[in-house]
Design a protein around this ligand. Structure first.
Ligand code: SF4
Length: 370
């Protein structure tokens, strides 16, 4: 059964009822198990698990150290374009926001990349809005080929593509992809999106096309605050477990961005507190011990510092969320406001103070048999 069939067969209301019916006794039973599976996620994400947060944190920390060691992988996003044809209600790049738009030229991308390289990063995340006529496959292949001279890992967070296009990007040097479903609730998804992104099935399937094309890092996630995070993150957990089985050669990573202020006037329907987000991280770690859990600079420094050694394994640092943000003067639109404005060096020092080794590079192309 494909994941699309799985999610279509899943009744979100039933899942919600299951989560809210969990008792504290059931949570204790789950926490006492030797091996947890994704079937245990509803118990761990339930309100009934909230009193067990410290126990979950301790288990999450232990599992993270056992599986990953005392390390934190670091990466930086490079926004190549803020042009977009979609009108996602929650996003600053929404086509209806009449603000400065830019797609970086090849030379400007390289200037940005060199600035990021000088900061120490060897893992880059290329980000763009959805403007296929500006950020074309040929443009991406060209810049990726050039960027492989500087970066060992190059991930993309762009519009969904077909498998052949992903194969071309892998051949050029792309190693990973991040593509978030935003919400797994089909009717809410429809209400929030206008433009090509409104095609729920095409977006959901994209990660599998990328896996078939040979990407070694497959990243999924949901935008927390659009709906009840307990239900959406349960779907993320099921999705990640599915991908781990299907694409066992790839690393599966999970992001859980909370909605941040952006251009426009979108107000999130649900408030996701720090405790809620921490519970999400611990629950994911307990049922998916091998998944990379990613925390971006959307989150405040104090929260990021606290989460650094209890489940998170990958962080961005020193991020700029506008095209040209690292090296150019132009004042173009940011996708969202960042909360952790520390330099990569400051983040690295924070990690060292926690006895965590910052990992700037975790892959080399010479590992590949070609
Ligand atoms: S979320 Fe992505 S696709 Fe939607 S408006 Fe923003 S940049 Fe465009």
């Amino acid at each position: 059964m494909s994941f699309l069939q799985t999610i279509t067969a899943l009744d979100p209301e039933q899942l919600k009822q299951r989560i809210y019916a969990v008792t504290e006794l059931e949570v204790q039973r789950v926490l006492a198990k030797r091996t947890l599976t994704v079937d245990d996620f509803p118990a761990l994400i339930s309100p009934a698990a909230a009193p067990s947060l410290e126990r979950m944190a301790a288990l999450s920390r232990k599992i993270t150290r056992l599986r990953f060691g005392s390390v934190m992988k670091l990466y930086a996003p490079l926004y190549v374009s803020n042009e977009c044809v979609n009108a996602c209600l929650y996003c600053g790049f929404n086509v209806q926001n009449r603000l400065a738009r830019v797609t970086l030229t090849r030379d400007e991308v390289l200037r940005e990349a060199k600035a990021i390289h000088r900061l120490g990063f060897r893992h880059l995340l290329l980000v763009s809005g959805e403007a296929q006529n500006k950020v074309t496959l040929a443009y991406l292949v060209d810049i990726v080929r050039e960027l492989t001279r500087l970066f060992a890992g190059i991930s993309i967070e762009i519009y969904p593509m077909d498998c052949e296009s992903y194969r071309s990007l892998v051949a050029a040097g792309v190693t990973g992809i991040a593509i978030y479903q935003e919400t797994y609730d089909r009717s809410l998804y429809k209400a929030l999106h206008a433009g090509p992104k409104a095609d729920y099935d095409n977006r959901l399937d994209a990660i599998e096309r990328a896996g078939q094309a040979g990407m070694r890092d497959l990243g999924i996630g949901a935008l927390m605050g659009l709906t009840d995070f307990r239900v959406d993150m349960s779907c993320v957990a099921i999705h990640a477990a599915y991908l781990m089985k299907q694409f066992w050669k790839s690393q599966i990573s999970i992001s859980f961005p909370r909605i941040r202020a952006a251009a426009g006037s979108f107000v999130p329907a649900f408030c996701v507190s720090d405790r809620d987000l921490a519970q999400t991280v611990f629950a994911l770690r307990l049922v998916l011990p091998d998944a990379d859990l990613v925390l971006s600079t959307r989150e405040r420094p104090a929260f990021r510092d606290g989460m650094a050694d209890v489940g998170i394994t990958r962080m961005s640092a020193g991020s700029r969320t506008s095209p040209g943000g690292y090296s150019l003067e132009e004042d173009s639109l940011e996708q969202f406001q960042i909360a952790d404005t520390r330099t990569p060096e400051e983040v690295s020092n924070m990690l060292a103070a926690k006895n965590l080794e910052p990992v700037w590079k975790d892959f080399d192309r010479s590992f590949l048999f070609e």
